[in-house]
Design a protein. Structure first.
Length: 457
């Protein structure tokens, strides 16, 4: 009896070892194929240079939808569909301007500041000039609330430099971009200037969404480059400094956007759906190369490679270009809503929306058992740079799927040191993306999709 048990265990170990070997060989094929034939970089060149910024509602959005649909169709998946959703249509409406007025050596002087209006913010429409009051955080705002009326509140909140992972700094500071305008409007501020969500060494301002509280005045809001932020802080400390802000943002009527979805039908469990994707929209002030052109072209690359290698998935795999992540999340919500209406079974979702840099790991929201199963693949994945398996996180666009069905989800986590140097800023361009780093991300994602497809979770 004891011998039989030992025999069975060793047979199991042998079978396990041979399927591990088979997996290693296939994933090596994926890697070899992408590193030698991958088109993701050229796709990204087209998306960023020929189309460029593609905020929801813009002409770029329409062009990007058409382009990604035709590229995916050309790869001959089992089907390509558009999933319509209504998206907000915010426009910047013109050049965002800010000028500081200050006294230096008893002489009145002025200096142009490098600013960009925050997404979803309403413009001043004409120059709005007021004294500036600087605050270090919300506690500081509360302490100074009686001094705020009529002034421009300057949130000079630094990215915490002590965090090694820069997404922690972002999570820490982004509340000031998101709700700083309304918090200041509550005390009568006329506008806000927000220190950019970055610890870059240049002066490029970084935009991003804000959300106004409906009950409070919707005041203009801009982000300021870090060098100008430091300069402004010094001027404010030296005495009264006024700034004139002139922005033009407004909402046009909601319009139709689309998730673009390609599908490979599962051969054994066609009802079990695996989603992999990125978001097709980007801010209007940049090419959206890392955010999130990279995630889109990586997703397309996985489809391309699976087709090229003749891979027949067991489960159905959907390759999704999500609409409107940046200022509404309408695409991600629509995807989950329709899945629910159709009673679909979503077994796993993976997103790449943290830049096209060297892959380091995956952020995983799943049950402990599912997390352990993913982590058990580390010996295979580590060959491609994947060593970190962090509990929590995933992706904004697949979040609704996770919340609706408790679908386990993961997000590709590349090296984060340079991401916030360019996130939502004019330097998020094609030139900032390295071809091999981009492809390595796609390889890691493809490997994880393959393993989940083969073994389930
Ligand atoms: Zn993004």
């Amino acid at each position: 009896m004891k011998n039989l048990a030992l025999f069975l265990i060793s047979m199991f170990a042998l079978a396990n070892a041979s399927s591990q070997k088979e997996d290693s060989i296939f994933i090596r094929k994926i890697s070899d194929h992408m590193l030698t034939n991958g088109q993701a970089y050229e796709d990204l060149r087209y998306l960023t240079k020929k189309i460029g910024g593609r905020l929801a509602g813009s002409k770029g959005m329409v062009l990007a939808e058409n382009w990604s649909e035709s590229v995916m169709k050309s790869l001959n998946p089992d089907r390509v569909v558009r999933q319509q959703c209504m998206v907000p249509h915010w426009v910047r409406g013109g050049n965002d301007l800010a000028t500081a007025y200050f006294v230096s050596g008893k002489k009145s002087q002025s200096k142009k500041l490098d600013v960009v209006a925050l997404g979803n913010s309403l413009g001043s429409m004409k120059p709005l000039k007021a004294d500036v009051i600087e605050v270090k955080n919300y506690d500081d705002l509360e302490a100074k609330k009686d001094l705020v009326k009529g002034k421009i509140v300057f949130y000079n909140v630094h990215f915490n430099e002590k965090f090694v992972g820069t997404f922690n700094s972002y999570r820490d500071a982004v509340q000031y971009r998101g709700s700083g305008a309304s918090r200041a409007a509550k005390y009568g501020a006329s506008a806000v200037i927000v220190r950019s969500m970055s610890h870059s060494t240049d002066n490029n301002p970084h935009t991003g969404s804000l959300r106004y509280a409906d009950s409070l005045p919707k005041i203009p809001a801009v982000a300021i480059g870090l060098m100008d932020a430091d300069w402004l802080s010094t001027q404010v400390a030296n005495g009264n400094t006024a700034v004139s802000v002139h922005t033009h943002g407004k909402f046009l009527p909601d319009t139709i956007g689309n998730n673009i979805i390609a599908e490979l039908k599962g051969s054994e469990f066609p009802d079990e759906i695996i989603t992999v994707g990125g978001h097709l929209d980007s801010w209007d002030n940049c090419e959206g190369a890392h955010d999130d052109g990279a995630g889109c072209v990586q997703t397309i690359e996985i489809l391309r490679t699976f087709k090229a290698l003749g891979y027949q998935p067991k489960r159905t795999i959907r390759f999704v270009m999500f609409a409107n992540e940046e200022n509404g999340l309408k695409g991600g919500n629509k995807y989950a809503d329709e899945a629910k209406a159709k009673n679909e079974k979503h077994v796993f979702a993976l997103e790449s929306d943290a830049g096209g840099f060297t892959p380091r790991g995956f952020d995983i929201t799943a049950s402990p058992a599912q997390y352990d199963k993913i982590k058990s693949w580390k010996p295979i994945l580590s060959d491609y740079g994947i060593n970190d398996f962090t509990a929590g996180g995933g992706g904004a666009d697949i979040g609704p799927l996770n919340r609706t069905f408790n679908t386990p989800m993961a997000g590709l986590r590349p090296d984060s040191q340079r991401y916030f140097d360019l996130h939502h800023a004019r330097n998020d361009t094609f030139e900032a993306v390295n071809k091999r780093e981009l492809l390595l991300g796609a390889i890691s994602m493809a490997a994880l999709v393959y393993l989940v497809d083969k073994y389930g979770l």
